[in-house]
Design a protein around this ligand. Structure first.
Ligand SMILES: Cc1ncc(COP(=O)(O)O)c(C=O)c1O
Length: 400
């Protein structure tokens, strides 16, 4: 018998989405005809001015340890970007800590705020890593299921039902992975007021904020007044909107004492984010040419979103789905395609019979649903949609 591992990892499971993506890559490498719509990663290359800034940083020798909490230039550029998106509201760069991706920013925030005996509410369906990260702090993740009639979003009433004296936090993601739903400012305000009343910390994951199909970036906690931000850690980053997933740049914006604790914690784990990537990210958040590239990418995601929605409406009218308003995910329900069909069964059949990888809702705590990412080329999206809708058609006909 090998030695048991630490209690720290008693709930640890590898990320399901990463596992599905690896399996799809393996099949592709073996020459199989497969489409991968499982990953949450833009299909676009990093915009050229950002890549150029990275190359220049290497050439200029920016290859030593970075400042632990992030380059002053990067925190300044991120603060200015956050301020711009929220109508010029002041954002203090000293309250930002830059990390290796927003995933590390979320982990840092949870580690400094939550611990044994705490309960942390997570609206479900939820991104795979939230419950795992909460477990790593030895707190207890509590999934609060959202209302299908309401884009699977949660209301204050839902949160109140799960609230106890041990509730210490809430992790809210908008625009949402996996559903694409976006909370309105009124909804965010109600949740922020509820959390403030109960002295609950909110980790507001706004990594997809810029990928919003309304006229502006998605509503944000930063659009709320200061008094509602006293217990809010805002998560932001470069991965999704700037097509920079591999550069690993994210950030947490927190009240000063929490930002200091996050920086201290990070100083003992990673010594800050990759130095070269930080210089590249300065260009991402401040260069107007990049802002135009981001607009173009968001427009492409919007066009694909419209296409997916219209094909599902026309060719699978009985299928329920969450109206996607942001991010690049389409979340549809399969338990009605054939009575009791699970997302896991649907995805297994889809891979075996049609060679398309999607993510079963089980990965997000609700296996009645399936997530499709449309951050793939138009050609791949069209071919994959043909196959997905073909399977839906076959299953529906067999059930009729
Ligand atoms: C909701 C959500 N938050 C955070 C992340 C982490 O992104 P990164 O660490 O690349 O910034 C992801 C990535 O898939 C995500 O979907």
């Amino acid at each position: 018998m090998p030695d048991p591992l630490s209690l720290n990892v008693q709930h640890l499971r590898p990320s399901e989405t990463v596992a599905i993506s690896n399996e799809t890559k393996r099949r592709k490498a073996a020459g199989e005809d497969v489409y991968d719509l499982s990953v949450g990663e833009p299909d676009f290359d990093t915009p050229a001015p950002i890549a150029q800034a990275g190359i220049q940083a290497i050439q200029k020798g920016m290859t030593r340890y970075p400042p632990n909490a992030g380059l002053a230039e990067l925190r300044q550029a991120m603060a200015a970007d956050l301020s711009r998106m929220s109508g010029g509201r002041p954002v203090n760069p000293d309250h930002l800590v830059v990390s290796n991706g927003s995933k590390q920013a979320i982990f840092n925030a949870c580690m400094v705020l939550f611990g044994p005996s705490h309960r942390v509410l997570i609206p479900g369906p939820a991104w795979v890593s939230y419950p795992q990260i909460v477990h790593l702090t030895r707190a207890e993740p509590v999934i609060v299921h959202g209302d299908p009639e309401w884009g699977l979003k949660v209301s204050v009433k839902d949160l109140e039902q799960h609230h106890t004296t041990l509730t210490k936090g809430l992790i809210l993601c908008s625009p949402s992975n996996p559903t694409g739903a976006v909370y309105t400012l009124t909804e965010l305000r109600a949740i922020a007021e509820w959390a403030a009343r109960h002295e609950i910390w909110v980790i507001a994951d706004e990594i997809y904020r810029r990928i919003n199909y309304g006229p502006k970036p998605a509503p944000s906690f930063l659009d709320l007044p200061d008094e509602l931000l006293e217990r809010v850690v805002l998560i932001y980053g470069a991965s999704k909107a700037y097509a920079m997933t591999g550069w690993r740049i994210g950030a947490a914006m927190a009240p000063p004492h929490v930002a200091r604790a996050i920086a201290a914690f990070q100083s003992h784990t990673t010594t800050g984010a990759n130095h070269v990537a930080q210089w590249a990210a300065v260009t991402a958040f401040s260069d107007p040419r990049v802002a135009e590239d981001v607009d173009r990418m968001v427009a492409a995601f919007r066009r694909r979103r419209d296409h997916v929605v219209s094909r599902f409406r026309a060719e699978a009218p009985g299928i329920e789905f969450v109206e996607p308003h942001g991010a690049f995910y389409f979340f549809f329900r399969v338990d009605g395609v054939r009575q009791g069909l699970t997302g896991t069964e649907f995805c297994a059949q889809l891979m075996q019979q049609e060679g398309v990888a999607l993510v079963p809702g089980a990965a997000f705590a609700d296996d009645r649903w399936v997530r499709m990412s449309y951050a793939v080329s138009d050609r791949e999206l069209e071919a994959a949609l043909d196959r997905i809708l073909r399977l839906v058609g076959r299953l529906s006909a067999a059930a009729a």
